[in-house]
Design a protein around this ligand. Structure first.
Ligand code: DC
Length: 227
């Protein structure tokens, strides 16, 4: 086992990996890496700096230099700061989702984020959530999960999430955007969304979060990663 145990949870948007990863990390008392947030922050940093959308080198430079803090507010809610300014809600906008998926296809940006992501592996352990955690960033991970769900169910979950936040959204548009993002994330030449050869594929269609978390916790228990 490597000095710091790592569990990777990869999968497409809306598969539930963010929630599952958070709950697994909480159960284990481990650190959490939301790698998608880093790609979203690069897109946001680019927009805040007024960069043109095709400017790959400048985005890669921002990926290296941006100052990112993941923390909690006084109510225990998660907050993300970008260069000292709150970015928690801004990175979840549909604009940022689209921007993140685009900048994530650029090798310079991925390279710049590689070391940042590896640095999250600190004792007692790390749960890493993303697209290429098990294939590229933590190939040595003790346990790799690839979480899927049907495209229709993922669009419905996203729709509900936005509605709960008071954001109106059109289900057909969301479905189309999710399909476009899936296509771009899965077909890009570098670090495409695909399961590692040693990943456990977990399909969450029709399952509750608790059921999925239970399955992941059981797999971790079998490997003596936690109780
Ligand atoms: O998980 P998310 O929706 O927050 O991710 C935002 C975008 O970042 C998504 O379109 C794919 C990209 N991404 C990536 O390419 N590699 C990762 N490890 C995580 C996210």
């Amino acid at each position: 086992m490597s000095p710091v145990p790592v569990v990777t949870i990869d999968g497409p948007s809306g598969s539930g990996k963010g929630t599952v990863s958070r709950l697994v990390a909480r159960h284990a008392g481990w650190h959490l890496l939301d790698s998608g947030a880093l790609y979203r922050l690069v897109a946001l940093a680019g927009a805040r700096a007024g960069l043109g959308f095709g400017d790959r080198d400048a985005h890669a430079a921002l990926a290296r230099s941006m100052d990112v803090t993941f923390g909690t507010d006084s109510g225990g809610g998660e907050r993300v700061l970008l260069d000292g300014r709150d970015a928690t809600d801004a990175i979840r906008s549909e604009d940022c989702s689209r921007g993140a998926s685009r900048v994530a296809a650029w090798p310079g940006v991925r390279e710049a984020l590689f070391a940042r992501q590896r640095a999250f592996a600190r004792p007692p352990g790390l749960v890493a959530d993303g697209r290429d955690m098990g294939t590229v960033v933590f190939p040595e991970a003790e346990l790799k999960i690839f979480l899927t769900a049907s495209a229709a169910e993922r669009a419905l979950r996203r729709h509900k999430q936005l509605k709960d936040k008071g954001v109106s959204a059109n289900l057909a548009t969301l479905s189309r955007e999710i399909a476009e993002r899936d296509e771009r994330d899965s077909t890009r030449p570098i670090a495409p969304l695909e399961p590692a050869s040693d990943a456990h594929i977990v399909d969450s269609t029709g399952s509750s979060i608790d059921q999925v978390v239970g399955r992941v916790l059981m797999l971790g228990r079998e490997r003596r990663l936690w109780r």
